[in-house]
Design a protein around this ligand. Structure first.
Ligand code: C2O
Ligand code: CU
Ligand code: CU
Length: 489
């Protein structure tokens, strides 16, 4: 496949072929959930979006439990934190100490990673710090990052995909008392939604069992779960909302859009508020990325139902045996407008300006080639022809020096590339379908790299020397070895 072919396949010709394949799949999957025998379980039943418990630290105990995702459905194994699901939301102020005592009762190794935060290396959840079942890990470090929607998830060696999928993924909100308040919706109007696609069988069971093909394409599902429940519905007042969305899927790339065509007002991404809100018809969000939306339901009549979907999109898949490919149309969450009139905020026209890193002053460029080894069962996904090794030093970057990292995707799949321990800026995109995404502005820790695309990042570590990670956030790729150590020297 040439570098331009993804671009070509998104034209009308590509759309008709892939589009019909996709709509065929959608109707057959709808059919299968509606035709499930009623005494079993109604897999189309809506469920209220759970609002996670809010904590600011303390003990976090992880264990496997068994419960069903739908009334009367078969049970599935789920990870619960402190005995319940979904994971609690951790809320901290900038400058606060993140103090968490992690107790692992999973019966297998684990460790927590604070995705997006600039944690000291030994607090960052590198798998070399993973603890055995029965052991505990004490986290304590000051939060120095911008106010934003971060998240946390399990990060053990080769088990990150399994544990995140099974429920070990929660929200971490940093607020900054020094940031202007603006007029953003708050309190009950500030809603976090952890989105994960899951593969559900006809009896409602969810099992994580990636095949060789799933290791290539990612373990993709047929339902999107929001805060741990399928078919989530949020009852909203006729009011404005701040929606914090986390794509915590193992592999699925969402192209989010409202089903009634209203534009999405994006106010923030991985690293917090953008310089100004951006209005778009749809937005890409890959595994690990976050966006925040300002949504106005004040003009919607009571009884309206509005869906946030992941739209169908053409994906030139050469992957074999995919049940639920990328580009499948799925519903993320439904908003049911209630009669009550609530607080209506004005969408601010601008937020604080974000200084651009001065790329001209970069000390050097490092190139990362993403490729595949088709002649092996495991260790298929490579960065610079290497597979992850726990103790090998791969990338060095001097503390405080700005570098350009050029990521070249040589394959026909998505990769969602993530850097631990810092936030970077997206300089440019080349050879791909998009010249720039609205979410490329501001600060980022995860960047979607389209098939055959090259993306340039401005990268700098300012706080700590030590070992971090650079990896694909398609968790089947990460567990397969698509990860390198970064040594900040
Ligand atoms: Cu969210 Cu190393 O990952
Ligand atoms: Cu991370
Ligand atoms: Cu990948």
């Amino acid at each position: 496949m040439t570098r331009r072919s993804f671009l070509r396949s998104t034209t009308a010709v590509g759309l008709s072929t892939f589009g019909s394949a996709i709509s065929g799949l959608v109707s057959s999957s709808l059919l299968s959930c509606e035709s499930v025998t009623p005494e079993q379980a109604d897999l189309s039943a809506l469920q209220l979006l759970p609002r996670p418990l809010i904590i600011n630290g303390g003990p976090i105990t992880a264990s496997y439990n068994t419960s069903s995702y739908w009334p009367n459905a078969a049970t599935s194994t789920q990870i619960m934190l402190n005995g319940s699901t979904p994971c609690p939301t951790i809320k901290l102020g900038k400058g606060d100490i993140l103090d968490v005592a992690f107790h692992n009762f999973l019966g297998e190794p684990s460790i927590i990673h604070w995705h997006g935060l600039s944690a000291p290396p030994e607090m960052d959840g590198h798998p070399s710090f993973q603890i055995l079942s029965g052991a505990s890990y004490a986290y304590s470090f000051p939060v120095t990052d911008r106010a934003a929607t971060y998240w946390y998830h399990a990060h053990p060696d080769k088990l990150t995909g399994k544990q995140a999928y099974t429920g070990f993924a929660g929200v971490l909100i940093v607020e900054d008392p020094a940031e202007p308040k603006y007029d953003l919706p708050s309190g009950i109007y500030d809603v976090s939604v952890v989105l994960q696609d899951k593969r559900v069988s006809v009896n409602g069971e969810v099992v994580y069992s990636p095949s060789h093909d799933d290791t290539i394409s990612g373990f993709l599902g047929n339902y999107i779960f929001a805060n741990g429940v399928p078919n989530a519905v949020l009852n909203v007042e006729r009011a404005t909302y701040r929606l914090r969305l986390i794509n915590a899927s193992n592999s699925r790339v969402f192209k989010l859009a409202f089903d009634d065509g209203r534009p999405l007002a994006i106010i923030a991404n991985d690293g917090g508020l953008l310089e100004k809100p951006v209005s778009v018809d749809s937005v890409w969000i890959a595994s690990g990325e976050r966006i925040e939306l300002f949504v106005d339901f004040s003009g919607d009549p009571s009884g309206s139902k509005i869906k946030l979907k992941s739209e169908a999109y053409p994906f030139p898949s050469s992957h074999r045996g995919e049940l639920y490919p990328q580009g499948l149309e799925l519903t993320c969450i439904e908003f049911a407008v209630q009669p009550a009139v609530g607080v209506v905020s004005m969408l601010p026209t601008a937020f604080r300006s974000i200084p651009r890193l001065d790329v001209a002053s970069a000390k050097r460029m490092q190139i990362f080639k993403l490729s595949m080894n088709h002649s092996t069962e495991q260790g298929i996904h490579l960065i610079n022809d290497k597979l992850f090794e726990m103790d090998r030093s791969d990338i060095t970057i001097p503390l405080g020096e700005l570098e350009v990292w050029e990521i070249q995707n040589e394959g026909d799949g998505f990769h969602s590339m993530h850097i631990h321990g810092t936030q970077f800026q997206v300089i440019e995109r080349m050879y791909g379908p998009e010249s720039r995404l609205p979410t490329d502005e501001g600060w980022k820790d995860t960047v979607l790299v389209f098939p055959n695309e090259t993306v340039r990042l401005a990268v700098k570590f300012d706080l700590f020397k030590g070992r971090y990670l650079f990896h694909c956030h398609t968790l089947e790729h990460e567990d397969d070895g698509m990860m390198l150590n970064i040594d900040v020297t």
